[in-house]
Design a protein around this ligand. Structure first.
Ligand code: SF4
Length: 215
């Protein structure tokens, strides 16, 4: 920080850590750092840590407490792109992320996977002439469907901001890619509050053309 480098802080929120989120949020805002709040995703190496699994009430309470902290020290930069897990409230979109479309993950051996969570399940390698085409054509690994193809999302008012959540997390919880996120209730509880915060932020900086221009 003292040399002018501002790290972007990616926070993983789990049931174990949700209670401490307000304190961390205050630390981040005091230093005016960009941040994103992501939800813990269980994997085969973490399954034994049961207290990290997302308990809806704990996550919502922790996030709302963190939002209270943000409200008291609203940052100049917009947070809509990363304040609620993989949702992006800054622009309408149909897919949660770029997996299977425009995203490549390379390991140290030149293997290419669709997602960093599946780095041990590569689809191709750097010797392929067009690795991205192979990633896009893959029908076996993680399938990143558009939100309109997810059961339960089609008529949701948040669909073009949420896009139905992380496909890998949904598949882990349900065995399906074509269904809404297991975190749907958490998202729906938090989306209106995030928009309210952004409204307050815009009101606070309404006379600052730099802030408005960044929208
Ligand atoms: S996961 Fe829930 S909040 Fe997200 S688009 Fe689907 S129904 Fe809406």
């Amino acid at each position: 920080l003292e040399h002018g480098l501002a790290p972007s802080i990616s926070v993983t929120v789990s049931s174990r850590t949700a209670q401490g989120l307000p304190k961390l949020m205050a630390w981040i805002l005091e230093r005016d750092l960009p941040f994103s709040l992501n939800f813990y995703r269980e994997n085969e190496l973490s399954a034994s840590h049961e207290d990290m699994r997302l308990d809806e009430e704990k996550i919502i309470d922790g996030m709302l407490a963190a939002f209270n902290v943000i409200e008291k020290n609203l940052p100049r930069r917009s947070f809509l792109g990363g304040i609620i897990d993989r949702a992006n409230l800054s622009a309408p979109h149909t897919h949660t992320c770029g997996v299977g479309q425009n995203y490549l993950v390379f390991d140290q051996n030149g293997q290419v996977a669709k997602c960093q969570m599946h780095i041990r399940k590569p689809v191709t390698d750097v010797h392929a002439e067009d690795p991205l085409s192979l990633i896009r054509a893959d029908q076996v690994g993680i399938q990143n469907l558009p939100v309109m193809e997810k059961e339960g999302c089609g008529s949701c008012e948040w669909r073009h901001w949420c896009a139905g959540g992380c496909p890998l997390e949904t598949h882990r919880a349900t065995g399906r890619y074509d269904v809404k996120s297991p975190n749907c209730k958490i998202y729906k509880a938090l989306f209106p509050e995030a928009l309210r915060l952004e409204g307050l932020r815009l009101l606070k900086y309404q006379d600052d053309p730099e802030v408005v221009a960044k929208l």
